[in-house]
Design a protein around this ligand. Structure first.
Ligand SMILES: NC(=O)c1ccc[n+]([C@@H]2O[C@H](COP(=O)([O-])OP(=O)(O)OC[C@H]3O[C@@H](n4cnc5c(N)ncnc54)[C@H](OP(=O)(O)O)[C@@H]3O)[C@@H](O)[C@H]2O)c1
Length: 320
């Protein structure tokens, strides 16, 4: 089968298209899936540059999203059969989805939403589980609350805006001016251009000094230390980003803030809620660009490049 193989850690240049043996079912609870599409996540460029070296032995195949069709099932698999359309996030640390076929345990599978194409479906599993975990499991966002989603145009942001809106929240987000209309169409009530304005001053002005109930941090930097200045008393900050520097949390103390640190692995139960929202027409996947798998280096380049001519809006998908 075709696969993108990584033999050395580095940038997009280490992603090599090769022929490798198609995996075979060796355990009765396994399922073989023909991958129709996958997507590029920041986690993939973090893996290929060696950030998670301790979890992998080279050579590796990365990729953390699958949409596809079941080809074969092990003897113990009773609820799935060849021909079923599925989507899921492969187990972190195992073989990834940048390949024509993917072998997985039945416990990772979710039924693909009826109203999505394979490309749309491939953009959802990793971020879908993460967004539900952030907004509902951790932040416990409620109807009528206010939320600030930093990084609204990214993969996480475009989905989080829609889910927060479906939960009845008033949504503030950050994004470049050229994307404001698109972000509002997703459900953002107020969009702050982070290249022109300081989000703390903007939130202070919009909320007359009260701050927001929840901040979602997809960008890192000084958000953990500065974020409380835009937070209401007893507010919650949920971050997805690892913390390379010690942080000064003095403002958090003043606000009685609660922090949640999220690193999602496989999250089938959380993804189930996103599937329901998609099928109800309340949430739709946003795709920035679809690349054929052969063009994976350019796909990675687009996600990693911080000086893009056209700003990123949604997910980058690889079709097979
Ligand atoms: N912990 C977990 O379980 C988990 C799961 C999924 C993702 N993540 C992490 O979450 C982060 C976001 O993921 P993603 O898939 O949404 O990434 P993405 O699609 O690459 O998102 C990038 C977006 O963030 C915006 N941005 C960058 N710096 C910003 C800043 N200082 N202020 C406001 N916006 C800024 C960019 O806007 P511009 O184009 O204007 O720069 C772009 O729209 C990544 O670090 C990823 O590793 C973690």
């Amino acid at each position: 089968m075709k696969a993108i193989v990584i033999k050395n850690y580095g940038g997009p240049e280490v992603l090599q298209l090769e022929k490798v043996p198609t995996p075979l079912i060796t355990d009765p609870s396994q399922v073989l899936v023909k991958v129709k599409a996958t997507s590029v996540n920041p986690l993939d460029y973090q893996v290929i540059r060696g950030d998670y070296e301790a979890f992998f032995d080279l050579p590796i195949i990365t990729g953390h999203d699958v949409s596809g069709e079941i080809i074969a099932v092990g003897d113990a698999v009773k609820n799935w059969q060849p021909g079923d359309k599925v989507y899921y996030s492969p187990r972190f640390g195992g073989t990834g989805s940048y390949a024509e076929y993917h072998l997985t345990d039945q416990s990772s599978l979710s039924r693909m939403p009826d109203n999505l194409s394979y490309e749309e479906a491939a953009s959802v599993p990793l971020i879908g589980g993460t967004v539900w975990e952030m907004l509902v499991v951790r932040a416990q966002l409620k109807k009528g609350e206010t939320i600030l989603i930093l990084g609204g145009a990214g993969g996480i942001g475009t989905l989080a805006i829609q889910v927060a809106k479906s939960l009845g929240a008033f949504v503030y987000t950050t994004g470049q001016s050229i994307l404001h209309e698109k972000l509002q169409n997703l459900g953002a009530d107020v969009v702050i251009d982070h290249h022109q304005k300081n989000y703390i001053q903007e939130i202070q002005a919009h909320t007359e000094g009260r701050g927001v109930d929840v901040i979602i941090d997809t960008i890192g930097g000084s958000t953990l230390s500065d974020g409380p200045l835009a937070l209401a008393g007893y507010g919650r900050i949920v971050t997805l980003v690892d913390i390379p520097q010690p942080q000064n949390l003095i403002h958090a103390w003043e606000k009685n803030a609660t922090y949640h640190f999220v690193f999602t692995r496989q999250s089938r139960d959380e993804l189930h809620h996103i599937t329901q929202l998609i099928e109800a027409g309340k949430v739709k996947p946003i795709i920035d660009t679809i690349y054929p798998i052969e063009d994976v280096k350019n796909a990675h380049q687009r996600l990693q490049d911080t000086k893009r001519e056209r700003p990123l809006f949604g997910k980058i998908v690889l079709s097979l």
